[in-house]
Design a protein around this ligand. Structure first.
Ligand code: AMP
Length: 282
């Protein structure tokens, strides 16, 4: 496996792969890899010829005062894990090369970027779409792989690809969880052992919502109330709990058909997100 940090070197590697008619799979990550990331790499390995894993803690998607500087990094371990999972290349550009001082171009998907996680992180998705657009134009993947864990991110990137006529297929894979249900996340590292236990309320609240919907409840305010009760049992702060249409991300008040139930909860210094899609049969 090769580790490339230069954009030019990555571009010539891609050119060479394309000249040999190899399909390219891209798994964009911020590193500190866990089984969630590795599931994406394994799928890329299974369906594309050349697997590129980008590892880049993208400064433009962090709000001022967020955890950009302290975001966990471990390139040595990431390289071993990525290689075992089937990566051919790690692309780890330096921030100064991705965003030189003269940098001034941003991509923003309007509307979808302003709801859910975007409400309290107003510049976040602009950073995500900008870095993905840059990675897509450097790596030129046939397929890019994303996790359902970041449901809103996948919807927004799909919209960017469509609106900008990018010739890239996206594949969104299921959320990988710990044995007790906690969604894997690099930010779980911030949790103390008590907070790690408390963090289970995200999964419990989503599970409870699923059960009550399947039992016939369709009133969103009542479902959210039950979720809040579970979360408020532990030392936590709710950023949002939302029940929305999975494509438009618009709030629904009465559930019929498929909905995305998503939440963001602060446990200590970790802002954790999780979601599920539930279908209510008519
Ligand atoms: P990140 O490094 O957190 O930016 O995530 C990189 C990619 O991995 C994104 O597409 C995420 O949605 C995906 N991902 C993160 N956590 C998980 C998980 N627990 N299960 C599946 N995919 C995940």
């Amino acid at each position: 496996m090769k580790i490339i940090s230069s954009i030019n070197e990555m571009a010539s590697f891609v050119k060479d792969a394309k000249s040999k008619a190899k399909s390219i799979g891209l798994v964009p990550t911020m590193g500190y890899l866990h089984q969630g990331h590795l599931s994406l790499i394994k799928e890329a390995r299974a369906v594309t010829d050349m697997v590129v894993v980008s590892i880049f803690v993208n400064p433009t998607q962090f709000e001022p005062g967020e955890d950009y500087a302290s975001y966990p990094r471990d390139m040595k371990r990431d390289a071993l894990e990525a290689e075992k999972a089937g990566a051919d290349v790690i692309f780890a550009p330096r921030a100064e090369q991705m965003y030189p001082e003269s940098y001034s171009t941003y991509v923003k998907v309007e509307g979808l970027s302003e709801v859910l996680c975007g409400r309290n992180r107003p510049g976040h998705f602009r950073g995500v779409t900008t870095v993905c657009a840059k990675l897509f134009s450097i790596v030129k993947p046939d397929i890019a792989f994303f996790g359902q864990k970041d449901a809103q991110q996948s919807v927004i990137i799909q919209k960017m690809v469509k609106d900008l006529n990018m010739d890239i297929k996206l594949k969104v894979l299921p959320t990988v969880r710990e044995g007790d249900g906690l969604a894997m996340s690099s930010r779980n590292k911030y949790l103390s052992s008590k907070q790690r236990k408390d963090a289970l309320v995200l999964h419990k609240a989503l599970d409870q919502a699923k059960s009550v919907i399947e039992a016939g409840e369709n009133d969103v305010s009542k479902i959210k109330e039950r979720m809040r009760n579970i979360i408020n049992k532990v030392d936590s702060k709710i950023d949002y709990i939302s029940i929305v249409d999975p494509d438009s991300l618009k709030d629904v008040s009465i559930i019929s058909g498929r909905v995305l139930i998503a939440l963001a909860i602060w446990i200590g210094r970790a802002r954790l997100i999780d979601n599920i899609i539930v279908t209510r049969n008519q």
